[in-house]
Write a protein that binds this ligand. Structure first.
Ligand code: ADQ
Length: 472
């Protein structure tokens, strides 16, 4: 049983009033959807994407889906508020200021309880529940209270901040206790697991021994051990590999280059339009390279794909305005007549188009200021069986722990970023091949199925619910 804020599908109303379900965007769904395709009788509890009453449970893609209702107020206070206005910026190094409002916290508790109840009601005896991400940190403890017979895993897709930052969070101890309701708490990077265990030790005073925290029992309850470890998430490499062999996708990649006026170099950025992704830093570097003549806009074009995201949250509205103003300025100052210096696309594309874009790109820029993992970096590598192309990767993305053969950058240092872009554009083919070979070995050997297998394997040995559930 997967429990995540969003179901893997969104409702779309057709002209005749009927509802159609389409895959919802984002890193978590991209990852888990392919894992669940390999599971028999998998189920998923989550929000269906529209405020108001929840539809009845239904089946899609071979999974049982259990929609959870969120009212307009829940969406505002739990989702846009505590999840994306408080936790998201706090867990991403306070790139923007987190806001703290007590009414948001109340909604967070209320909605976590609703998800926990839905999961507890729909899970078979002795089943396994896997809770995902920062929106549902209280759910593990709430599920355990009513279902001590199930194994509970939690995976955090975003970073876990150092205790000095985490300490700012009002109700921080409730959040830690919520997470410790799980048998296994998984993180992207080793440093995230270390930060979490250090918060458990410093703020709750619990004993921590390497990867294990001991949660004292209350009354006659025995103490429990909770394991916290890193499980770097990955992608469905087989699906991407088969797309790279599809003649229509290859033709689309060639067509993209023609449509851009056959530039020598295509540089690509693909992100949700989020302030953590460092899009402004990337545009600044590109604009300066054009201005100081290091790049000729007749030779090189940048494509920036920016998926619409959290458009009702003020910081995201501001970011969109800034990005679009900057793109407009750079194009106004530098674009040759009839073609862009930056081709900016504010919409979603299907996997085929995304793969064609990666196959056409000579350089991909991942300049996140903080990112749990960053799947785009791995998708680019998986899309290059021809061993061409260069990945410029922020050291603040979780992917930097594994993708050491990328050009690693500190995106806050615009001069360093400019140098890295030029180095990528000039890299000889034999060096590209050498680096891409090493990157591909890492990504192809560690796909998303291996990730899920590792997590579920550890969860099986971490949780021993049958001992607790046995009648006295
Ligand atoms: P995200 O912040 O959403 O995920 P990321 O890991 O880059 O970030 O995943 C984005 C996904 O959406 C990728 O699969 C990408 O290809 C896709 N995508 C982006 N723009 C698109 C567009 N215009 N059209 C179609 N698809 C698009 C969160 C964390 C990450 C973590 C993931 C998974 O913030 O750090 O890697 O979860 O754990």
């Amino acid at each position: 049983m997967i429990v995540a804020n969003r179901l893997p599908v969104d409702a779309r109303t057709l002209p005749d009033g009927a509802t159609e379900w389409v895959t919802s965007p984002g890193g978590l769904v991209t990852a888990m959807e392919s894992v669940m395709r390999h599971v028999d009788s998998g189920a998923w509890v989550g929000w269906h994407g529209t405020a108001g009453e929840a539809p009845e449970p239904f089946a899609a893609d071979g999974m049982h889906l259990y929609p959870v209702a969120l009212s307009a107020e829940d969406v505002e206070k739990y989702y846009e508020g505590f999840s994306n206005g408080t936790l998201w910026p706090l867990y991403h190094d306070v790139i923007v200021d987190p806001e703290f409002h007590r009414a948001w916290w109340d909604a967070y508790v209320r909605v976590n309880r609703r998800f926990a109840q839905a999961a507890a009601a729909a899970t078979a005896p002795g089943g396994t529940i896997w809770v995902h991400d920062y929106q549902l940190q209280l759910a593990p403890e709430m599920i355990r209270a009513s279902r001590p017979d199930v194994r509970i895993g939690f995976f955090n897709h975003i970073p876990f901040p150092p205790v000095e930052l985490f300490s700012q969070l009002p109700k921080r101890n409730q959040v830690l206790r919520g997470l410790l309701g799980a048998d296994l708490v998984g993180f992207q990077r080793e440093s995230d697991a270390v930060n979490f265990l250090s918060a458990v030790r410093h703020l709750l005073g619990y004993q921590v021994d390497q990867y294990t925290a001991t949660v004292p029992g209350i009354g006659s309850e025995p103490a429990r051990q909770v394991v916290a470890k890193s499980f770097p998430i990955s992608i469905d490499t087989a699906a991407i590999s088969s797309l790279t062999e599809d003649p229509a996708v290859r033709e689309r990649a060639a067509e993209l280059r023609r449509e851009l006026g056959e530039p020598d170099k295509i540089v690509l950025g693909v992100d949700r339009l989020d302030y953590t992704k460092g899009i402004r830093h990337r545009l600044k570097a590109w604009g300066e390279l054009l201005r100081d003549g290091s790049i000729d806009p007749h030779d090189a074009v940048m494509i920036q794909v920016a998926t619409p995201s959290r458009e009702r949250v003020e910081a995201y509205r501001q970011l969109r305005d800034e990005v679009e103003l900057t793109v407009g300025r750079i194009n106004g100052d530098h674009a040759p007549i009839g073609r862009p210096a930056i081709s900016y696309l504010h919409r979603s594309f299907d996997r085929r188009d995304m793969t064609a874009l990666f196959m056409a790109a000579d350089v991909v820029l991942v300049t996140a200021l903080r990112d749990g993992m960053n799947l785009v970096a791995k998708e680019y590598v998986a899309s290059r069986p021809d061993l061409r192309g260069v990945l410029v990767l922020s050291e603040f993305a979780g992917a930097a722990d594994e993708l050491r053969a990328a050009i690693l950058v500190n995106p806050h240092d615009i001069d360093e970023l400019k140098t890295a872009i030029l180095q990528a554009l000039k890299m000889p083919e034999d060096e590209q091949e050498q680096a891409m070979l090493s990157l591909r070995r890492q990504v192809l050997d560690h796909d998303v199925q291996a990730w899920a297998h590792a997590f579920l394997g550890d969860l099986e040995s971490a949780g021993r619910p049958e001992e607790i559930a046995r009648p006295p």
